[in-house]
Write a protein that binds this ligand. Structure first.
Ligand code: HEC
Length: 427
C-alpha cells in the first residue's frame, strides 16, 4: 500500500518537475564543517571538519576532488596560500600545506602545544600566522621556515589576521585584541568586554572582531574603536571578509548570519535558509557568493548581496544517474555517496573509487585508484552483507585508518535498500 502511494507520488513529482532538482551543496563531510576557504581563482574550495578530514572541492561541479586524511583531530582552520594551495590547522597542533590535489601534505608546520584555532596568510604569501589554544601565535616564514612566537595572551587565542604592512592582529578568549607590529616591537593591547572568537583585517587596515556577546566591533589600524554592530544575543562563531573588503559576514551560535556593509556600518542582509547555524564562512573572490559550513555537514552557497540560499543551478555529481531512479529508497540513500562515488567504469573514480562491480570485488581493487594504506592491507570481499556492515558500524570502526569520511546509516531498512539498489546498478 505504502509502496503504491510512494510510486504514485514519485510519478506525480516527475510530471510536475521533469528536470531533476540538482543541488548546490557540497556533500561529503561526516561531521560539522568547521572551516572553509576558496582558491584565489574561485575554482576550488577546501573545507575542514570535526570528522578530522579536509576535502578539496571543485566549485563548478560541486564534486569532492580529494578527501585528505592527515590530521589527528578536528580541523579548525583552512586558508588559501598564494601560489601553493591550501593550509589546514587542526586540533593536533599541526598545520599542513597542501599543493594541487596531492594526497599527502607538501609540508607540515609543527610547534604549537595545543589545538590550532585559526590561520592567516600574509598578502604577499610569504608568511603564515597561526593562533592556538596554547596561548601563542606563531608567524612562520614560508621561505625558510623560521618562526616568531608571539606570547602574551592569557588564554586560548581564537583569531589571527595580517594587517597591510605586515603587522599581525590576534584575538583571544582573554577578551583582548592584540596588534603585533611587523618590526617585532611590543604589542598594542585593546581590552574588550567579552571573549573574542575571530578577527579579520580589511585592505585599508580596519580591524573587525567577533565577540562572544554577539557584537561585531570595528577598530582602526592602531586599535582605536570605531564602531559596534549588534548581530545577535549569542556568541559570534564565524567571520569572513570579502576580498575587496566591502562586506563582512558574521555568524552566531543561534543561526543568525549577517552581511554587513563595512562602509555604512549597517546589516545589509541576513541569510535565510536551511543549514543554520554555521561554523564557517568564506566569500568567493568575486564577492558575489558566500560559502557556509555548518552542523548539517554540508557546505552551502549563498548570494552574498541578498543573503538568499542559492538554489539548483549546477547538477550535483551523480544526480543525473540518480534521476533515473526517482522514488527508489536505495537511490535516495545513495545521494549521500554520490559526491564521491560513481557507478559505472566510464564515470571513473572521484574522491572515492567507482563502485562499478563492487559486489564480489575485493577491497582496494578498483583500477587506477589510490587507496589508503589501511585499505590495501585489509582482507574483505564486498558483498551486500559487508557493505551494509560498513555503514552500520561506520568506516572508522569497520575499516580503521580508512580515508572514507565517517558516516553511518542508522536504519537497517535503509542499509538493505542501499545494497539491493547497488546490486542492481553496479553490475
Ligand atoms: C566524501 C567522500 C565519500 C563519501 C561521501 C562516501 N565515500 Fe565511500 N569511499 C571514499 C573513499 C575515499 C574510499 C576509499 C577508502 C580508502 O582508500 O581508505 C571509499 C571506499 C568505499 C568502498 C570500498 C571500495 C573499494 O574499492 O574497496 C565502498 C563499498 C564505499 N566507499 C561505499 C560508499 C557508500 C555506499 C557511501 C554512501 C553511503 C559512501 N561510500 C560515501 C569516499 C567516500
Amino acid at each position: 500500500m505504502r509502496r503504491t502511494a510512494c510510486a504514485t507520488l514519485a510519478a506525480v513529482l516527475f510530471l510536475a518537475a521533469p528536470a531533476p532538482a540538482p543541488a548546490q551543496e557540497l556533500r561529503g563531510h561526516g561531521g560539522p564543517v568547521r572551516a572553509v576557504a576558496a582558491s584565489p581563482d574561485g575554482r576550488f574550495a577546501m573545507t575542514g571538519s570535526f570528522d578530522q578530514s579536509a576535502i578539496l572541492w571543485r566549485l563548478e561541479s560541486g564534486a569532492a576532488d580529494k578527501v585528505l586524511r592527515f590530521h589527528q583531530g578536528a580541523i579548525n582552520a583552512v586558508a588559501s596560500v598564494n601560489g601553493l594551495g591550501f593550509a589546514t590547522g587542526a586540533e593536533d597542533g599541526r598545520i599542513a600545506l597542501w599543493q594541487g590535489d596531492a594526497a599527502e601534505p607538501a609540508r607540515v608546520l609543527e610547534g604549537h602545544k595545543g589545538p590550532v584555532s585559526a590561520i592567516a596568510v600574509s598578502s604577499e604569501g610569504g608568511h603564515l600566522a597561526s593562533a592556538s589554544w596554547d596561548e601563542t601565535v606563531r608567524v612562520v616564514s614560508l621561505a625558510d621556515g623560521t618562526a616568531r612566537v608571539l606570547e602574551g595572551h592569557k588564554g586560548p587565542v581564537n583569531g589571527v589576521a595580517f594587517a597591510p604592512g605586515g603587522a599581525v592582529v590576534s584575538s583571544g578568549y582573554d577578551a583582548t585584541l592584540r596588534i603585533w607590529p611587523a618590526d617585532g616591537g611590543a604589542a598594542r593591547i585593546v581590552t574588550l568586554p567579552a571573549a573574542l572568537n575571530g578577527v579579520v583585517v580589511a585592505p585599508d587596515g580596519e580591524i573587525a572582531v567577533a565577540a562572544a556577546d554577539g557584537i561585531l566591533r570595528l577598530f582602526g589600524p592602531d586599535g582605536a574603536a570605531r564602531a559596534e554592530i549588534a548581530i545577535g544575543q549569542t556568541p559570534l562563531i564565524a567571520l569572513a571578509l570579502s576580498t575587496d573588503g566591502a562586506t563582512i559576514a558574521a555568524g552566531g551560535l543561534r543561526g543568525q548570519v549577517a552581511l554587513i556593509d563595512r562602509r555604512t556600518r549597517t546589516i545589509r542582509a541576513t541569510l535565510v535558509g536551511p543549514g543554520l547555524p554555521v561554523w564557517s564562512l568564506a566569500f568567493l573572490p568575486d564577492g558575489r557568493t558566500l560559502l557556509s559550513g555548518g552542523a548539517d555537514r554540508l557546505v552551502r552557497r549563498w548570494n552574498a548581496v541578498t543573503g538568499e540560499h542559492i538554489g539548483p543551478v549546477v547538477p550535483r555529481a551523480g544526480e543525473d544517474v540518480l534521476a533515473a531512479f526517482q522514488g527508489e529508497r536505495g537511490a535516495q540513500v545513495f545521494r549521500a555517496c554520490a559526491a564521491c562515488h560513481t557507478l559505472t567504469p566510464a564515470d571513473g573514480n572521484r574522491a572515492g573509487p567507482t563502485l562499478h562491480g563492487i559486489l564480489g570485488r575485493r577491497i582496494a581493487s578498483a583500477p587506477g585508484y589510490a587507496y589508503s594504506d589501511a585499505f590495501r592491507t585489509m582482507d574483505i570481499v564486498w558483498s551486500k552483507e559487508t557493505v551494509a556492515k560498513l555503514f552500520e558500524v561506520g568506516p572508522n570502526a569497520y575499516t580503521p585508518g580508512t580515508k572514507m569520511p565517517e558516516q553511518r546509516i542508522g536504519s537497517a531498512e535503509d542499509r538493505q535498500a542501499l545494497v539491493d539498489w547497488l546490486e542492481k546498478v553496479t553490475r
